[in-house]
Design a protein around this ligand. Structure first.
Ligand SMILES: *Cc1c(COP(=O)(O)O)cnc(C)c1O
Length: 221
């Protein structure tokens, strides 16, 4: 298993210092996650609530768990006590439930708003108009137990690097505009979560601060 540790060290070392690596551990067993933990990783991403809660109970408590996949309102309560960052907030209704459960857990829960940037139909996320409407709503502005820390987006799944770059660049423009317009007095709005195994290099070149990498760390699922 020294090879795995070396692979992780090599991977983290070649990322620029300001980039946070979220190791996407979905479908992988706790034994493998523990090896990645022993190699120094602390941020892990899961897309299914039940899987995350089971793993959270079985693994060290200083792991920062990231919810990266689509989140159903009725599942928020299971992760609210411990989740570190929810990347996939795509409606005001979901944000309201996160706020409600955060109050119950006596926490403030950090969230990213997921933007729809891909040309594909199937991906979740807000468009620009919905983003503005959410941030300008009284409902959002009255929430005390959530904190919006940035944006997340997934590029189109394609070999067309020009398209992928264009989509990431567009999200960076929107991130900067949103930061200026809605978070000028907040220090929390700093995270731009974009880039997966196939496209994290392009994402970083286009301004990503957080990459969500599964396959390139753990191998194919
Ligand atoms: C699975 C997943 C990833 C990681 O994908 P890889 O291609 O294995 O790196 C990143 N983000 C989200 C939202 C995912 O569901």
């Amino acid at each position: 298993m020294d090879n795995f540790r070396k692979h992780i060290n090599d991977f983290t070392r070649h990322l620029a210092p300001g980039i946070t690596l979220v190791a996407v551990s979905k479908t992988h067993p706790v034994e493998l996650i523990k090896q990645a933990y022993d190699a120094g990783l602390r941020d892990f991403g899961e897309n299914r609530v039940q899987e995350m809660t089971e793993k959270q109970a079985a693994l060290p408590s200083d792991i920062r768990w990231h919810q990266i996949g689509h989140l159903q309102t009725n599942k928020v309560k299971y992760i609210a006590p411990f989740v570190h960052l929810i990347h996939s907030v795509d409606s005001l209704k979901l944000l309201e439930e996160i706020n409600r459960q955060a109050i119950r857990s006596k926490r403030t829960i950090d969230c990213l708003l997921q933007l729809h940037i891909a040309t594909e139909e199937s991906k979740f996320g807000l468009d620009e108009t919905e983003l503005t409407a959410l941030l300008e709503s009284e409902t959002y502005q009255s929430m005390k137990n959530i904190r919006i820390c940035g944006l997340m987006g997934m590029a189109t799944f394609t070999d067309n690097q020009k398209l992928v770059r264009h989509e990431f660049a567009g999200l960076k423009v929107l991130f900067d505009a949103t930061s200026k317009r809605h978070f000028a007095r907040s220090e929390a709005f700093t995270i731009l979560s974009m880039g997966m195994s196939g496209d994290y290099r392009i994402a970083i070149e286009e301004g990503s601060t957080m990459v969500r990498v599964g396959t390139a760390i753990f191998g194919v699922r």
